[in-house]
Design a protein around this ligand. Structure first.
Ligand code: SAM
Length: 289
């Protein structure tokens, strides 16, 4: 039975090992069982699942995962947590702890070896200082992923599921929605963690699409266009593409492409849907000199 996920046993473990929180690793440990059970339910974890957990901390969420999943692999950067995890996870034989920076780990090889290349689920209370790099690495890898269910800052979760025209809509929304269907599933105010973060948090579940939702033959190019379009939010799409894209294309050709796609030259990137970015990218690519 999971013993962690509440303030009393968490503080007891921290004191037993004299653990010192490292701010640089974004350490805020979950101490709320309802939130932990909510994450397990939202991720629909069953004994058929192989779960990758990023940043197990002292193992609070890991215990809940071990109870429900077939196999768990937990990747933790802080070596001070490894002896603690050996202790808190000693009752489970379905978990492997890896002491490594997740951004440096070859996750594809790990998934092949450990799960015979079958789709995995990613579940984590992410370190907030590297939320976007971790998600982009997961998206852009060839890792077979069924879903990602992660705790992030509430405002980041809102950006992920925002649509065109909203102030939260941007390159992150489009990347998340290209790969998956995002949904905010659990809210977690600061008192659910120790130490308490300064901001509210939310859990977002991203179920991966079987096929990309839009037709593009060059997603990398499309994302260069998207990033450039949002680089200078207050500027027009034409100016964003001209100044920030690094795409070798003249101002005149950019204007032509925008008009051919059916927009006025004053159009802003934040009004375009993913499909519209895919279509515009195709036209722009043909104009590269
Ligand atoms: N899962 C635990 C929980 O919910 O109580 C801890 C979550 S805490 C927000 C983030 C965890 O990620 C910390 O344990 C931190 O040391 C770890 N971490 C930070 N950067 C990491 C990285 N690059 N690779 C792997 N783990 C990392």
């Amino acid at each position: 039975m999971a013993t962690l996920g509440n303030p009393i046993s968490t503080i007891a473990v921290l004191e037993k090992y004299g653990f010192k929180f490292q701010k640089k690793f974004g350490q805020n440990f979950l101490i709320d069982e309802d939130v932990l059970n909510g994450i397990m339910d939202a991720a629909e974890i069953t004994k058929d699942d192989f779960v990758l957990e990023i940043g197990p901390g002292i193992g609070s969420m890991t215990q809940f995962l071990c109870e429900r999943a077939g196999e768990v692999m937990a990747v933790e950067i802080d070596s001070n947590l490894i002896p603690i995890l050996e202790d808190t996870l000693s009752a489970y034989d379905n978990v492997t702890v890896v002491n490594e920076d997740v951004l440096k780990l070859d996750l594809e090889t790990v998934a092949k070896e450990k799960n015979q290349g079958r789709p995995i689920k990613v579940v984590a209370n992410l370190p907030y200082y590297i939320t976007t790099p971790i998600l982009m690495q997961l998206f852009e890898s060839n890792l077979p992923i069924e879903s990602i269910t992660v705790m992030v800052q509430k405002e980041v979760a809102e950006r992920m599921q925002a649509g065109p025209g909203s102030k939260d809509y941007g390159a992150l929304s489009l990347a998340v929605q290209y790969y998956s269907e995002p949904e905010i599933v659990v809210m977690a105010p600061p008192h659910c963690f120790i130490p308490q973060p300064k901001v509210a948090s939310a859990v977002i579940r991203m179920k991966f699409h079987e096929e990309p939702p839009v037709d593009t033959d060059d997603p990398k190019f499309m994302f260069r266009v998207i990033r450039a379009s949002f680089n200078q939010r207050r500027k027009t799409l034409a100016n964003g593409l001209k100044n920030g894209s690094g795409i070798p294309i003249s101002k005149e050709a950019i204007q032509e492409a925008i008009e051919e796609a059916g927009y006025p030259l004053t159009v802003r990137g934040e009004t375009l849907t993913l499909q519209e970015f895919a279509d515009l990218s195709k036209i722009l690519k043909q104009k590269i000199s």
